[in-house]
Design a protein. Structure first.
Length: 408
């Protein structure tokens, strides 16, 4: 998208293009399922009476089922005597929320501000970044990676009202450097770990930052907790001290195993800016007390050897999966694998067959991926057993063979 083109969305065209695939997915019963959690990675589907192995949830360390986290959530609600306060955070906050943000700041060596979701965090951060108040008064050209998550890309139109917006090919460092050379200030908006697999070239981005003063805004929702000291995550571990030109957003509800989102900031001035002017901070409510208690319990686990053991278990499971099932993400320590099928309706049918065989995976199609690139997404966790992985791979192999066998 060029700097002159102010429109950042075409929702009507997206709906028209994607409706056929969504209709097929709903008809086949592979979307919007209601389930009851069970031990490990099993879920029970009341509508069908089936129990299946879940490869959809993004709790990569299996912490969403951890008894300490659920107990922490219940205890904090009871101790607080309330679940939710209906007021903006610029007015009133639960004292235990202050405890959580202080603990997260210590855990991740940053100034942490929490939000109800990563979407709310990004919605708050991107207009502030576009304003120039974090780039010495110069409004930066906001450069989005083409594969940046929808919770980032959604805000292009709003940001474009403030400053020029560009979109570049995924991980195209040459295009990014050219923009750095031609503009006084550039901000790059990307994922740390991409939701369909792969990651940002963080070392190279840091080099561009050192050379041109590039501002980095990295959404590491899928990278948090799975590696690094105290589970600092993929991006935070790679980027080093945040300083004035790096912000990392992350989820408290994926690898972290609780609920909510956060931004990791490098300076007190940035923190003050967020606490005064961030839209979801100044005009919306905070995490509820159940989410706060869950996050505090998870933070405690992040300081123990249990975290490292779960990280290692995840790595071992990834090695096994990559040995049995070749994908473009093979050998990556990141926990997302995609199996390309191509045709959208075939991908939906494959996911349906897997569900019938006891495995729930995500059928991915436009607009989540490009047209003609549909397939299956597998989210692996430390809690999956090796037998579950072997059985899934065998089921996928049988379905792929059937798809590729020509009809005579």
């Amino acid at each position: 998208m060029s700097a002159q083109h102010r429109s950042g969305r075409n929702t009507a065209a997206m709906i028209d293009a994607a409706s056929r695939s969504f209709e097929a997915a709903h008809y086949q019963g592979i979307m919007a399922l209601y389930a009851a959690p069970m031990t490990g990675r099993y879920v029970h589907l009341p509508a069908t009476g089936k129990t299946v192995v879940d490869f959809v949830r993004c709790s990569y360390l299996g912490l969403d089922n951890h008894p300490s986290i659920t107990e922490g959530a219940a205890r904090t609600v009871q101790d607080s005597g309330a679940l939710h306060w209906s007021c903006a955070r610029t007015r009133l906050n639960f004292s235990v929320l202050g405890d959580l943000e202080a603990e997260l700041s210590s855990l991740f060596d940053a100034k942490v501000v929490t939000f109800t979701t990563v979407l709310a965090a990004n919605m708050s951060a991107l207009p502030l970044l576009a304003s120039g108040h974090m780039t010495s008064g110069r409004k930066p050209v906001m450069v989005f990676d083409r594969l940046a998550h929808a919770t980032l890309a959604h805000h292009k139109a709003v940001v474009a009202e403030e400053t020029p917006v560009e979109t570049i090919v995924h991980n195209d460092l040459d295009a990014l450097e050219a923009l750095c050379k031609s503009h006084q200030q550039v901000a790059y908006i990307c994922d740390g770990v991409y939701s369909m697999g792969g990651h940002a070239p963080l070392e190279a981005l840091r080099s561009l930052q050192d050379k041109y003063g590039l501002f980095l805004y990295v959404d590491d929702a899928h990278g948090i907790s799975i590696e690094g000291r105290h589970g600092a995550g993929f991006a935070r571990s790679a980027l080093g001290p945040l300083g004035e030109r790096t912000i990392v957003a992350a989820s408290l509800g994926k690898g972290f195993g609780a609920s909510g989102g956060m931004v990791m900031l490098g300076t007190a001035r940035q923190e003050l800016l967020f606490r005064r002017f961030a839209i979801a901070y100044a005009f919306s409510a905070s995490l509820n007390t159940a989410a706060i208690g869950a996050a505090l319990a998870s933070a405690a686990i992040h300081r123990t050897a249990e975290l490292w053991k779960r990280q290692q278990s995840l790595r071992n499971n990834l090695v096994l999966l990559d040995t049995l099932l070749p994908t473009d993400q093979a050998s990556s320590i990141l926990p997302i694998r995609t199996v390309r099928i191509g045709d959208e309706l075939l991908a939906v049918a494959a996911a349906r067959q897997l569900l019938e065989q006891g495995f729930y995976t995500s059928a991915i199609f436009f607009p989540t991926v490009a047209r003609g690139e549909a397939g299956l997404r597998i989210c692996l966790t430390s809690d999956h057993s090796q037998q579950q992985i072997r059985d899934l791979v065998a089921a996928i192999a049988g379905i792929i063979d059937e798809i590729r066998t020509p009809i005579l």
